[in-house]
Design a protein around this ligand. Structure first.
Ligand code: PRP
Ligand code: URA
Length: 242
């Protein structure tokens, strides 16, 4: 069964420009400058698709020739970039929706447990927007995304969408299992996670490739801990379960 049949909340772009740009993004020879440009361009395209169902309301306007009923987007939109890698997606989506509020959430993934660790959250007490777009290029185990959705639901967000570039099937299963009401918009769904919890074929570490921070072999996508490999195997068993 195709993943999109199993998860009706999953939307995978079919646009040839997206496929073309994503291939350039994945290429290991793409340097951080070009990588950032491509993240921006892809975020524009996936963000555009993710906002296709925003509701509108009539807005009377006058053209130079006559009065007419125009339209305006109804809900207040919030962009929620997940630090660090989500930062590179903000500007493009803000171009599409200049009135959006931007609320940053800081999470990093613990290398051994693959669990998200929260380190930045300045959300006010009550939600100030109706639709939240979570911006994060990678949906791997789904832990960071599910944690961000928990935060946004507790905040009072009425509608939440995940906007990513590459997802793993394991991450889609985790996020959809915990939050089936959250739409997931991606440029591609890859084969699987490797033993280290990285998406393969993927593109490597999206934060490091954007910001040029390559820390050496211990933090490379191929270098596995036993504990991490067991967590990935468990996620893969869950995914195969009917
Ligand atoms: C990456 C990515 C996501 C997370 C995805 O962030 O940007 O936030 O991993 O993994 P998950 O689905 O398994 O939770 P990372 O923790 O590497 O932090 P960084 O953006 O600061 O590099
Ligand atoms: N985070 C990344 O940046 N890349 C992956 O493949 C998984 C998590």
């Amino acid at each position: 069964m195709a993943l999109e049949d199993r998860y009706p909340n999953l939307h995978v772009s079919r646009h040839p420009l997206v496929a073309h740009k994503l291939s350039l993004l994945r290429d290991k020879r793409t340097d951080p400058k070009q990588f950032r440009e491509l993240v921006r361009e892809l975020s524009w395209l996936i963000g555009y698709e993710a906002m296709a169902d925003l509701t509108t309301q009539p807005r009377p306007i006058e053209t130079p020739l006559e009065a007419m009923d125009g339209l305006r987007v109804e809900p207040k939109v919030g962009l929620i970039p997940v630090l660090r890698a989500g930062l590179g997606m903000v500007e493009a989506v803000l171009e599409l929706m200049p009135s959006a509020e931007v609320w940053h959430i800081g999470l990093y993934r613990d290398e051994r447990t693959l669990k998200p660790v929260e380190y930045y959250n300045k959300l006010p007490d009550a939600a100030t927007v109706q639709v939240c777009l979570i911006l994060d290029p990678m949906l791997a185990t789904g832990g960071s995304s599910a944690a961000t959705v928990d935060i946004l639901k507790a905040w009072g967000a009425a509608r939440i969408k995940q906007v990513s570039l590459i997802a793993a099937p394991e991450g889609i299963a985790t996020l959809s299992g915990a939050h089936p009401d959250v739409d997931i918009h991606v440029a591609a769904v890859d084969r699987e996670l490797n033993q280290r919890g990285y998406i393969v074929p993927g593109l490597g570490d999206a934060g490091d490739r954007q910001f040029g921070t390559f820390a050496g072999p211990a933090s490379e996508p191929g270098h596995a801990h036993d504990e991490t490999a067991e967590i990935v195997r468990r996620l893969q068993r869950n995914l195969r379960a009917p």
